[in-house]
Design a protein around this ligand. Structure first.
Ligand SMILES: C[S@@+](CC[C@H](N)C(=O)[O-])C[C@H]1O[C@@H](n2cnc3c(N)ncnc32)[C@H](O)[C@@H]1O
Length: 408
């Protein structure tokens, strides 16, 4: 049955590319607006929704567009900023100011001389990301967007979204497979024209962003920065509905993919901070996070699910660090599931989109282990529904784990 599942791009970030505000910035592990709509249709009560791992804010935006109150939580401050910007109501005045700021910035860059004091993001090996000419144009544009004459935060945020879209498009990075690679940069005779092309592209991107901003936001979305392992200390309400996609135990680093934006916008100032953030991220293993795994000890004793033990011991036969990685992933998800119970209303529906993983020849059935942990924590009506095949290894799939919390 599983083998017949299709890849279903309509359920992934790919379906968001042409979809209004959902198109603003790509995060490969984002799910599609349609998937959130499908979960909403199945939810019993839609009073107040929560996404504890909100990423780019897809759940919040869909709920807001349907007039459903929704709170979002995210550990990565850049994604908190993006989710807030994406789910905000924009006034005609802000849109007008955003246009004015863009024109001011473009004219400033056109009239500027080479500035040796130009601030550039402290990203490692910046020349692999942008040629010196592109660094100069992007750096001047970024400085001009921070002109003090334009104090409107919403107008600046919209420009910064357009800036991020341009910065990634003109970078040497290729994000078309899991491990990021760099295109070779061949300087050409026509390179000086790039300044004009980058600025034109920036204006086009701003107009694209502005054209999507007019969609009404029925209900304000609140976005909280925090660690959802301790969700009960973060959100101020109780919820009827949880729609979310937590990380999977597949060693993919969100911080790594978002690095260029995070350095430009000042959310990362040095490489070490990226590793520290990844360590707070469930399933993160980048930089310092990998070395800490070797010494990691669980906060509570016990395996939370009898399904986990055989999986972890098979992986441990090849690598203690990877076995610890998988154990820590489920330990952290267990902390999250324990604590989310304190913020759920009786009868709440939960939808968790997760993927399985494979280490050596051992499959990690994330969906089954999470469902088993949820059952042990008192959730009921559990089901695991296969959604789609992932495009990497052939046994990898995504599932919707659904559950309910206590009868009303
Ligand atoms: C699969 S992505 C969610 C994508 C989202 N559904 C979307 O459409 O953009 C998982 C998110 O969980 C966040 N995350 C990981 N650990 C977290 C934690 N401990 N607390 C809160 N958020 C966390 C990651 O930063 C990432 O953005």
């Amino acid at each position: 049955m599983k083998q017949r599942l299709a890849q279903r791009p309509d359920l992934t970030f790919k379906a968001n590319i042409q979809h209004g505000r959902h198109s603003w910035l790509r995060l490969t592990p984002a799910f599609s607006a349609q998937l959130v709509e499908a979960a909403l249709e199945r939810a019993k009560n839609k009073g107040r929704a929560l996404d504890p791992f909100c990423g780019t804010g897809t759940t919040g935006l869909v709920c807001a567009e349907h007039g459903i109150a929704c709170d979002l939580v995210e550990v990565n401050p850049f994604l908190v900023w993006l989710s807030r910007a994406k789910t905000r109501e924009y006034t005609a005045e802000s849109l007008h100011l955003a246009r004015q700021l863009a024109l001011h910035a473009v004219n400033t860059v056109k009239n500027s001389k080479t500035d040796h004091t130009l601030w550039l993001p402290p990203i490692h090996q910046i020349d692999r990301w942008w040629s010196p000419l592109r660094q100069r144009v992007l750096g001047s544009l970024f400085a001009a967007l921070h002109s003090e004459t334009f104090g409107d935060e919403s107008a600046r945020d919209l420009n910064l979204i357009a800036f991020c879209r341009v910065a990634i498009e003109w970078s040497g990075a290729a994000f078309n497979h899991q491990s990021l690679s760099f295109k070779t940069h061949n300087p050409s005779l026509f390179e000086p024209d790039e300044e004009r092309l980058i600025l034109e592209h920036f204006v086009e991107e701003l107009y694209h962003v502005l054209s999507t901003c007019t969609s009404p936001i029925g209900t304000p979305v609140r976005v909280f920065e925090g660690d959802s392992r301790y969700i009960h200390h973060i959100v101020p309400d109780k919820y009827d509905l949880v729609i979310t996609s937590p990380p999977y135990p597949n060693r993919i680093s969100y911080v790594r993919e978002l690095r260029p934006y995070m350095y430009w916008l000042g959310y990362l100032k040095q490489a070490r901070e990226a590793g520290e953030l990844d360590w707070r991220t469930i399933g993160g293993t980048w930089g310092v996070a990998t070395s800490r795994l070797a010494q990691w000890q669980p906060e509570s004793i016990g395996l939370f699910s009898s399904l986990l033990e055989p999986v972890v011991s098979k992986i441990a036969a090849h690598s203690t660090i990877l076995a610890n990685y998988v154990l820590r992933y489920f330990h952290d998800m267990n902390l999250h599931l324990q604590h989310i119970r304190h913020v759920l209303l009786p009868g709440a529906s939960l939808f968790y989109i997760v993927g399985n993983a494979k280490f050596y020849d051992t499959l990690v059935p994330t969906h089954e282990i999470l469902a088993d942990m949820m059952r042990g924590l008192g959730f009921y009506n559990l089901s695991c529904e296969p959604l789609r095949k992932r495009n990497s290894k052939k046994e990898l799939f995504e599932y919707m784990v659904s559950a309910e919390w206590r009868t009303p």
